[in-house]
Design a protein around this ligand. Structure first.
Ligand code: CA
Length: 375
């Protein structure tokens, strides 16, 4: 018996179809199986919520497009558009839902007005770190729970990368205690914005490209964006003096690629696998770029005279209490929020226990004091 014959008989039919070449050579039914490489040309459009100047976050979309094209020998292409070219930054979800674009790159917490539970796809204040969020989404059942939420919108979602723990943002004046947040006009999206609002701040959800002008003309007193590398590019240090940390509302925010469900269903299976693989690579690339580029950017900002400040325990504790109250209130009144929150919170507690062991002990020993000289 030839080896190929043996393989074809020994493997289940579906796996033989995946192998592809056996069926192709023999002219059998496997030629039409869904995983056989397709020659079909597919042209998709992607709308990003982020400006092209940010090679970190927007770069995740270009990595996706480049890898999809390369892996499909140019037969499956995705053209990436900036905010405003097809739709404004905060209409990306609508655009994908309606099929205006097949793909969107965005942050799900922009859309908690549609369903508050969507925040768990990105992050929740005092929630998981980047690694913890990835663990929950990819391997902890999180993505399955999140997909159920997106099914209501005709969207399939894929993690698109993480920024890591963000900075607390740019402030025109110092914030010593939670009381100093009262009356503060601040740009901050998602549940972090809800928490700031409960602490007395006036919250705005501006897109990234609109923040600088709002700070410059005094329409807002403070704004958070991401971290040193991105913030430097957007020039916030030119219009606000104090740079706070940590961004307790975004300890590990995961961005998302939304795909229109009808477009996804029509996509050949091999292209679905190409997309899934490229999305995974794009996500890994984003986190690596942030971790590689933030250190030098922070040093440049400090050299330019930026005043670094850490949030006081008073601010942190008041915010954590309000964040928990917000989550508990939503869980009490919304069944789908409760379902995701309970699963997420269990995973969070377990991972905090584990990460509080070796990771934290190492971080405390190796990292501590690195910032004390600049406070
Ligand atoms: Ca942010």
């Amino acid at each position: 018996m030839k080896r190929r014959d043996f393989v074809n008989r020994a493997l289940p039919a579906a796996l033989t179809a995946v192998a592809g070449c056996g069926g192709r050579e023999s002219g059998g039914a496997a030629q039409d199986a869904p995983n056989v490489r397709t020659e079909q040309n597919v042209r998709w459009t992607l709308c990003s919520s982020f400006p092209a100047a940010l090679d970190t976050i927007y770069g995740s979309s270009t990595v996706l497009a480049e890898r999809v094209e390369a892996l499909s020998d140019g037969r499956f292409t995705i053209r990436v558009y900036e905010p405003g070219e097809i739709v404004p930054a905060l209409q990306v979800m609508d655009a994908v839902q309606q099929g205006t674009a097949q793909v969107g790159q965005t942050a799900s917490y922009y859309f908690i007005g549609k369903n508050p539970a969507l925040a768990f796809d990105t992050c929740v204040p005092f929630g998981m770190s980047s690694r913890q969020q990835s663990a929950w989404l990819y391997e902890g059942g999180g993505l399955e729970l999140v997909q159920e939420l997106f099914a209501d919108f005709g969207i399939v979602t894929f993690p698109a990368g993480n920024t890591g723990a963000q900075m607390g943002g740019w402030f025109q004046r110092e914030i010593h205690s939670a009381a100093d947040l009262r009356g503060l006009k601040i740009r901050i999206p998602g549940i972090g914005g809800e928490v700031m609002s409960r602490l007395g701040a006036t919250v705005q959800n501006l897109a990234g490209g609109e923040i600088y002008q709002a700070l410059e003309r005094g329409a807002i007193d403070a704004a958070e964006w991401v971290g040193p590398y991105d913030d430097e590019k957007l020039g916030f240090h030119q219009v606000a003096k104090y740079y706070y940390y940590p961004g307790w509302w975004e300890p590990g925010p995961s961005l998302s690629f939304y795909v229109n469900r009808d477009a996804w269903t029509k996509l050949p299976k091999s292209y679905q696998e190409i997309f899934r693989t490229a999305a995974f690579e794009a996500a890994a690339t984003m986190q690596a770029r942030y971790d590689a580029r933030n250190p030098a950017a922070l040093q440049r900002l400090l050299a330019a005279g930026v005043q670094l400040r850490s949030f006081s325990d008073d601010v942190m504790e008041a915010a954590r209490a309000q964040a928990r109250a917000y989550c508990e209130e939503n869980a009490a009144k919304q069944p789908d929020y409760r379902k995701v929150y309970q699963a997420w919170d269990k995973a969070r507690q377990e991972m905090f226990d584990w990460f509080g062991t070796a990771e934290l002990a190492y971080a405390r020993f190796a990292f501590s004091g690195a910032r004390s000289s600049t406070r």
